[in-house]
Design a protein around this ligand. Structure first.
Ligand SMILES: [Fe+2]
Ligand SMILES: [Fe+2]
Length: 202
């Protein structure tokens, strides 16, 4: 690769693959979410994401080139994180909170990618392409704000309980606080605390 234009096309192909992966990922987030407002938000952004794929395809049409087979490893990694988290058998309230965080990471990633594409597009005076990219960016920013709003309001239902259990456990071990044994025991107490919590939930 030698030119800025080649870099621009490569990055835009990468983003097209990212958006295609996200159409499927958002369907999964919607299916797994339990809070109705969260399900609705993922469904709505899923529809917008189908539009993001279409706008990127229009960008390539405007430029008269085919997208390359670039694959977005960044988004694949975020999708992989979610599937590995599911192996932890999360309670539904915990899964909702995880999904909000995963959504925030994803939107932040997309926003950075679009800002970079827009800056290159403006530099090369691809005005109609810039307009399409900005339309996608606007929806990503709105989706991020919505998820950040959820993040302030929606917390795991037993978060305080867990904190109290852990501070009780730490109090018992103050005498061994600076030793390695103390650190190991505090870790064990925290693990026991979380086991207690899971048993209560069962
Ligand atoms: Fe998107
Ligand atoms: Fe998005």
């Amino acid at each position: 690769m030698q030119t800025g234009h080649e870099l621009f096309l490569y990055e835009m192909s990468d983003m097209l693959d990212a958006e295609r992966q996200l159409v499927e990922a958002l369907r999964q987030l919607e299916a797994d979410a339990t809070l109705p407002q969260l399900k609705h938000a993922f469904a709505e952004h899923g529809r917008q994401t189908e539009g993001h794929v279409e706008r990127l395809e229009q960008c390539f049409e405007r430029l008269g080139v085919q997208p390359s087979a670039a694959q977005c490893a960044g988004i694949r990694g975020l999708v992989q994180e979610k599937s590995e988290f599911m192996d932890e058998n999360p309670e539904s309230d915990i899964l909702d909170v995880f999904e909000i965080g995963a959504g925030i990471k994803t939107e932040t990633y997309e926003i950075c990618a679009y800002e970079s594409l827009i800056s290159m597009s403006e530099e090369m005076n691809h005005t109609p392409v810039t307009r399409l990219l900005k339309a996608n960016l606007k929806e990503e920013i709105a989706a991020l704000k919505k998820l950040q709003g959820f993040s302030k309001k929606i917390k795991p239902s037993r978060m305080r309980e867990e904190e109290e259990e852990e501070s009780e456990g730490a109090g018992l071990e103050e005498t061994a606080a600076s030793s390695g044994a103390g650190r190991r025991r505090r870790g064990a107490a925290a693990r026991a605390g979380s086991r207690t919590s899971r048993r209560r939930a069962a």
